[in-house]
Design a protein around this ligand. Structure first.
Ligand SMILES: Cc1cc2nc3c(=O)[nH]c(=O)nc-3n(C[C@H](O)[C@H](O)[C@H](O)COP(=O)(O)OP(=O)(O)OC[C@H]3O[C@@H](n4cnc5c(N)ncnc54)[C@H](O)[C@@H]3O)c2cc1C
Length: 413
């Protein structure tokens, strides 16, 4: 594999690097640079404004919708430069990563003009209304209904596990719009306002006291007729696009957060002597190898996109990547807890701080259950093989679509 980047990518690299050097706070690149909580909070708001003004948020989106129209290669270079500088890219997971790209691919011109600039500027927040009590992995089983009444859809039903439901202005919601059609065919993908009497959001309290997600009840909720994305009763195909974005990740930088986390775990093991245990060393070596595999797979998928060649392994890369990183993360977090040993049993966080993780709002941990960042990452890793499609479902996808195995028999209860 030729790992050199084309000259135009390298000249764009200099542009991105110069912008970062000019806009990051003084001293950012010096060892030991720190900001206290108040400074970081003030800087964080200012930084989002700078990113927006620079056009770096969703920079591959076309210029007419407020993007910068970057090529795939330029976007990769941009991500690499941000990762290299340790500079955060705003990651509004639901807007920037899921519904925005879906509207770009499937939306009408009016939907693009209405929603994309507001997603870019961060003026509307989103949540995802796919799962229901009887429709998780078997999403096509969903029963929330939408019936047309004049110029509006009227929604009735219930969603569950709706992350950030309590802060969202809109939900991209799957509804049954043709109850007589086969399960996958009668579904539509609606963009429904949340702030109305027909939408009730009930937080789901987690064991640690935080409430990251919610149940959402629709009782005669109203949604404009024209807010159907990708055409009436075509919601299944549109939802698959959204899930593809949810399972994919930045090609050559996706492994970086795991690399940084692993470095931290190795430092811990050195500091408390756990590194002397051969089993710990073996575990760390295994984890290091897996992060390298993620890195190589990222390059592989980038090469495939750029060359336009369809490598059969890359066709299902979203599914294999999702499975690989989420299972890796559970392993490394178990190892991290072993390394912490007895100390891992004590809550190591600061009770005055609510840990937040970009893209997931501010409720990752609760001040009443002050886990530190590593402990909270350990807890959250348990959910990573579930959300966005479970590991078992990813294996079904790989088996059926890549390896050509016979389709799973459909069981009717
Ligand atoms: C942290 C978190 C955040 C989430 N956020 C959202 C959100 O914002 N919006 C949203 O809509 N949903 C969200 N979800 C829900 C998530 O998408 C579902 O939990 C997931 O799709 C699994 O569905 P389920 O929980 O109903 O489990 P089930 O589908 O009931 O699965 C139970 C078990 O059976 C296995 N299984 C099921 N079917 C098969 C099969 N055919 N072959 C083999 N094994 C199978 C599964 O792998 C799993 O182990 C979130 C979930 C989590 C954990």
């Amino acid at each position: 594999m030729d790992l050199t980047y084309p000259p135009e990518a390298q000249s764009f690299r200099l542009v991105a690097r110069a912008w970062l050097e000019e806009n990051l706070p003084d001293g950012w690149f010096e060892p030991g640079f720190r900001m206290d909580d108040a400074e970081r909070a003030a800087w964080s708001d200012d930084w989002t404004k700078k990113l927006f003004a620079g056009g770096w948020i969703c920079a591959t989106w076309p210029k007419e919708y407020g993007g910068k129209g970057l090529t795939t290669m330029e976007a990769v270079v941009l991500n690499e430069e941000f990762a290299h500088a340790g500079a955060p890219m705003r990651a509004d997971f639901f807007g920037d990563t899921l519904v925005g790209p879906t509207i770009l691919q499937w939306g009408t011109e009016e939907q693009k003009m209405e929603f994309l600039p507001k997603i870019l500027s961060g003026t509307i927040a989103w949540c995802q209304g796919f799962s229901e009590p009887d429709a998780g992995s078997d999403m096509a089983n969903l029963s929330t209904k939408a019936v047309l009444d004049g110029d509006e859809w009227v929604l009735n039903g219930q969603k569950i596990w709706t992350t950030q439901g309590f802060v969202a202005d809109y939900v991209f919601v799957l509804c049954r719009t043709d109850p007589d059609a086969p399960k996958h065919k009668g579904i539509s993908y609606l963009l429904c306002p949340m702030d109305q009497p027909g939408v009730e959001v009930r937080p789901i309290n987690q064991i640690d006291g935080a409430a990251e997600f919610a149940e959402v009840f629709f009782t005669d909720a109203r949604c404009p007729k024209d807010n159907v994305v990708g055409g009436l009763n075509n919601g299944w195909s549109v939802a698959m696009t959204t899930l593809g974005f949810e399972r994919g990740s930045s090609a050559t930088t996706g492994h970086r957060r795991f690399e940084t986390e692993l470095d931290h775990i190795i430092e811990l093991a050195k500091a408390n002597g756990a590194i002397d245990d051969p089993l710990v060393r073996q575990g760390l070596a295994r984890c290091y190898s897996k992060v390298q595999i993620m890195k190589v797979n990222g390059l592989r998928s980038l090469a495939s996109v750029i060359s336009g060649k369809k490598d059969p392994g890359v066709v299902a890369l979203g599914a294999t990547n999702k499975m690989f990183w989420s299972e890796y993360h559970q392993q490394v977090m178990m190892l991290a807890m072993d390394i912490l040993g007895m100390e891992g049993q004590i809550l190591l966080g600061d009770p005055t701080v609510e840990e937040s993780v970009p893209g997931y709002g501010r409720r990752r941990t609760s001040a009443r259950y002050p886990a530190n960042a590593l402990q909270s990452s350990f807890f959250f890793s348990r959910s990573e093989t579930i959300w966005g499609g479970t590991s078992q479902i990813q294996r079904n996808i790989v088996g059926e679509r890549v390896l050509g195995l016979p389709k799973e028999p459909k069981v009717t209860v």
